[in-house]
Design a protein around this ligand. Structure first.
Ligand code: FAD
Ligand code: NAI
Length: 471
């Protein structure tokens, strides 16, 4: 039996970051993970690096460049004789990025002296983990503290079989060998819109079937409405209130029957992506036997400090409550490592940003106007459109807007919502501002370089007080 200060189960952005931070704080640390790359080799980084954030963003970037070359280069006076898509190279580029970054974690583990065990971990007690190693032998690891960071997997449906060929989950949709002629996506959430955009830009006729009648129901309504219009204009078909009744797969086709406001509809596609949410990986941990509390949806129950009901056992990331986001998982990892080392780790759940990497990107932090109304909080709002921003014109990307919501009395920023180019980068400014309890006036009185997209944030802050200059 090997003994450590800390054992981490899972090496995604929650687990690997927790392990590195523990090691930085002088704790002997082992990280147990069962992920393999597309060639079957053990690979660190979890879903995010192997089959999530990184490969999807690599394909979003490549497909966006292709789409621009095809549809928008001529606007800049650039004529391309003939444009060809080389999907094999696009996929190799994505795989190489994944390999570089997952290999980077291996190096970081070595540098920080984190021990990596490739295998399946299960709890024997609050101090011991049994690990089934690659060669099917078992090992037992003992640790004073355990961090569970086992992540999540695509939600499954009894009546839809993911065969990995015609019918795929997000992992399958990152590895198509050819552009599907017709692709249906069940689920109009983050994965449906991002991966639907990738294949639509590359030439597939994509239809997204969403059960809910409201598009992106949890985001700021005016941003959702504009994003809905823009994505459809780009060619992404989105059917709202579409309830799937039947999926039948033949060798070459998938027949889908769904019902929407216009009645029963039948479509035939050559590929189907099922993206209806993700489920926490709490099974397989032997949690029941050791008395680990799990809620009815499978999330491991934790308090505000990510402590489970078992003494010395913590849980972080997708396997616990809160948004299923890589940066949330990592922050919880740091927070728990610091607590174990006797420090006071902390995560501010009020300032976790969300980004949907469509084009234009959608990014937000804090409350929506709908939430503020529901909570009877009086607020002011300032909106500034990118069509009045010089840099956006230079880039030929004038769609979208910035919206700032601030407290009616004290002007404290309560929420910021962006639809526009590089929204993912722009949101960082207001997260820092919100961490310092800034007011919209603080942003309004901050000098922003010209010409930049960030001037739209500045002007939205001025607009909160009715004094935007360029609208
Ligand atoms: P994971 O990354 O899921 O890692 C858990 C690890 O634990 C895995 O390696 C798993 O194999 C391993 N494991 C599970 N059980 C065991 C066990 N019993 N023993 C040993 N090992 C085990 N989030 C963002 O913030 N930005 C994005 O752009 C983004 N894009 C995404 C795109 C896609 C297609 C998908 C699917 C997800 C995306 N996400 C994104 C979500 C993000 O990937 C997750 O929130 C994040 O990976 C969660 O991190 P984690 O450490 O909790 O778990
Ligand atoms: P999601 O929760 O974002 O969206 C699922 C959608 O499917 C919802 O709109 C829901 O109404 C719909 N739906 C559910 N069941 C359905 C059914 N039977 N028929 C039709 N529609 C149905 O989940 P998604 O897209 O699978 O992503 C999972 C999570 O992964 C995200 O919530 C997010 O946490 C994370 N993620 C984050 C990304 C980012 O940060 N950019 C990118 C991709 C994933």
């Amino acid at each position: 039996m090997q003994r450590y200060d800390v054992a981490v189960i899972g090496a995604g952005p929650g687990g690997y970051v927790a392990a590195i931070r523990c090691a930085q704080l002088g704790l002997s640390t082992v990280c147990i993970d069962n992920m393999r790359d597309h060639n079957g080799a053990p690979s660190l980084g979890g879903v995010c690096l192997n089959v999530g954030c990184i490969p999807s963003k690599a394909l979003l970037e490549s497909s966006e460049q292709y789409y621009r070359a095809k549809n928008h280069f001529a606007d800049h006076g650039i004529q391309i004789g003939s444009l060809e898509l080389d999907l094999d190279t696009m996929m190799s580029r994505k795989n190489n990025i994944v390999k570089t970054l997952t290999g980077g974690i291996t190096t970081l583990f070595m540098k920080n002296k984190v021990v990596w065990l490739h295998g399946q971990g299960r709890l024997i007690s609050n101090k011991q983990i049994e690990v089934v190693l690659q060669d099917d032998t078992t090992d037992v690891v003992e640790a004073s503290s355990i961090i569970i960071a086992t992540g999540s997997s695509p939600a499954t449906h009894d009546d839809i079989i993911i065969d990995g060929d015609r019918v795929v989950d997000s992992t399958g949709a990152l590895t198509f060998e050819a552009v599907p002629k017709k692709l249906a996506v069940i689920g109009g959430g983050v994965i449906g819109l991002e991966l639907g955009s990738v294949w639509s830009r590359l030439g597939a006729k994509v239809v997204v079937l969403n059960r809910g009648k409201q598009f992106l129901s949890r985001i700021e309504p005016s941003i959702a409405a504009e994003a809905y219009r823009l994505l459809q204009k780009q060619g992404l078909g989105i059917k709202l209130g579409a309830s799937v009744k039947e999926v039948k797969t033949t060798k070459k086709q998938v027949a889908i029957v769904y019902k929407d406001a216009e009645g029963e509809q039948k479509i035939q596609v050559d590929r189907l992506l099922v993206a209806t949410g993700r489920s926490p990986n709490s099974h397989g941990l032997n949690g029941e036997a050791v008395g680990l509390n799990v809620d009815d949806k499978g999330f491991i129950e934790v308090n505000d400090h990510c402590q489970t009901n078992l003494k010395g056992v913590y849980a972080i990331g997708d396997v616990v409550r809160g948004p299923m986001l890589a940066h949330k998982a990592s922050e919880e990892g740091v927070c728990v490592a610091e607590q174990i080392a006797g420090q006071s780790g902390h995560v501010n759940y009020q300032t976790i940003p969300w980004v949907i990497y469509t084009s234009p990107e959608i990014a937000w932090v804090g409350k929506t106007s709908q939430q503020l109304k529901e909570e009877s909080i009086e607020f002011k709002e300032g909106v500034f459109p990118f069509k009045a921003n010089g840099r956006a014109h230079a880039m030929n990307e004038t769609d979208g807007m910035v919206k700032i919501l601030s407290d009616a009395k004290y002007d404290r920023i309560l929420g910021v919502h962006i639809l526009g180019p590089h929204a993912s980068e722009m949101i960082a400014e207001v997260i820092v501002a919100m961490e310092f309890n800034a007011s919209a006036e603080d942003i309004a009185r901050t000098v922003h370089a010209h010409p930049t997209l960030s001037e739209a944030m500045h002007e939205a802050a001025l607009a909160v007080d009715g004094r935007a200059i360029h609208t």
